[in-house]
Design a protein around this ligand. Structure first.
Ligand code: FE2
Length: 191
């Protein structure tokens, strides 16, 4: 699904349901980070045709989701606060090659994989959650996450040959699966 090479272990769903407040808090931080990363790419690559428009739009959507999740936190009486993040994103990005243009390709594809994993996990949450408001939240976010995944892949395909994008996406998806398998058992979206 969505370029991923591993499916989430059902154990993760049980852990997420048991630590729902932490999951929601992590989710808010993830939306904020996704917006920040998209915007940082607009700063870094203003000359890449189509990238500023696509990632500005994506960043706005992520911030709208951030505010939506903040609303759910508020409704549940959970204060928004600092939280130790999963090492997933940092470990995933270690595969980004330092020299351009490989750096741009790898960053776009790693972000595509983050969006894909979020989409997979939100699907599982939407199906498993008993709380109708939270199930509706995750059900409502699925299409956006899938679209964000595609937006990053499309940008990569705009700047790099198809064959290179496909090969690198396969390699990075294997890395993503390994990073996830090694992540600590915390209640986070990406562990
Ligand atoms: Fe997203």
């Amino acid at each position: 699904m969505l370029s991923l090479v591993s499916a989430t272990d059902p154990v993760w769903v049980a852990r997420a349901l048991a630590g729902l407040d932490e999951i929601l808090l992590d989710h808010a931080h993830c939306e904020k980070k996704a917006a920040s990363t998209a915007l940082s790419l607009v700063f870094k690559y203003p000359e890449q045709g189509g990238l500023p428009e696509a990632l500005s739009r994506l960043a706005r959507e992520e911030l709208a989701h951030f505010e939506e999740v903040l609303g759910h936190l508020r409704a549940r009486g959970i204060p928004f606060r600092h939280q130790v993040p999963s090492p997933y994103a940092a470990e995933l990005m270690r595969a980004v090659r330092p020299a351009e243009p490989a750096r741009l390709l790898d960053t776009l594809l790693c972000m595509a994989l983050v969006e894909a994993r979020s989409c997979e996990r939100m699907t599982l949450l939407a199906d498993a959650l008993a709380d109708p408001a939270l199930a509706a939240l995750y059900r409502g976010l699925l299409a956006s996450e899938a679209r964000h995944h595609q937006a990053y892949v499309d940008l990569a395909a705009r700047f790099f040959p198809d064959i290179e994008v496909r090969a690198r996406l396969r390699d990075l998806a294997a890395h993503e699966a390994a990073v996830l398998a090694a992540a600590p058992a915390l209640p986070r979206l990406h562990t």
